[in-house]
Design a protein around this ligand. Structure first.
Ligand SMILES: CC(C)(COP(=O)(O)OP(=O)(O)OC[C@H]1O[C@@H](n2cnc3c(N)ncnc32)[C@H](O)[C@@H]1OP(=O)(O)O)[C@@H](O)C(=O)NCCC(=O)NCCS
Length: 152
């Protein structure tokens, strides 16, 4: 889905400063801690409504793999294309860093996010054992054809 709210700007979080830290903590208050991403090469991306963060996510590198995580959009801003824009921005960033593959995992019952990623060419590749409920890994192979097809 294309971003259809002209007030929303999606971009990389440039400074992990005090304002960002405050919003980050509130945004993921009921999520498992995300501190593991801070210890690895990473980039956060946010959707801003003015200064307010209404969508947030991360891409980080672990053992050579680029992994997307923590995609979340505030309930009142959903179904406007924000998650798709954040995902496109992360993939674009990883490609710029030389990624040949991009990975993510999620619970099997999260059909919205699975559909969102399948639309970008991700394919299911195996069980994800680190989840509290059944989940799978998904992988996007970065090929010239994929870059052209999905306009990354
Ligand atoms: C999953 C989530 C990030 C989607 O955010 P969003 O900004 O509403 O998603 P988008 O508007 O970009 O829509 C992406 C796709 O999902 C579809 N979609 C979004 N919400 C949907 C819903 N409730 N029912 C059906 N389809 C839905 C859209 O139609 C779109 O599909 P399309 O590209 O074929 O048009 C959001 O619902 C969320 O934050 N959920 C809670 C956290 C979560 O589950 N995160 C993912 C963890 S891996």
């Amino acid at each position: 889905m294309a971003l259809n709210n002209p007030q929303i700007a999606v971009r990389r979080v440039e400074a992990e400063d005090r304002d960002w830290k405050r919003q980050f903590a509130a945004f993921y208050a009921d999520f498992p801690p995300l501190t593991h991403t801070l210890k690895r090469p990473h980039a956060y991306f946010a959707a801003y409504n003015g200064r307010e963060i209404v969508g947030h996510c991360v891409i980080f590198q672990e053992a050579g793999k680029w992994i997307m995580d923590a995609l979340r959009v505030k309930a009142e801003f959903r179904q406007q294309g924000i998650a798709s824009a954040l995902t496109r921005a992360r993939i674009h960033y990883a490609i710029g860093q030389g990624a040949k593959e991009v990975w993510y995992s999620c619970h099997d019952d999260n059909l919205v996010t699975i559909c969102c990623h399948l639309r970008f060419g991700f394919k299911e590749v195996g069980h994800a054992s680190h989840h509290s409920a059944p989940g799978h890994w998904y992988r996007l192979k970065v090929t010239k054809a994929a870059i052209k097809k999905f306009n990354f």
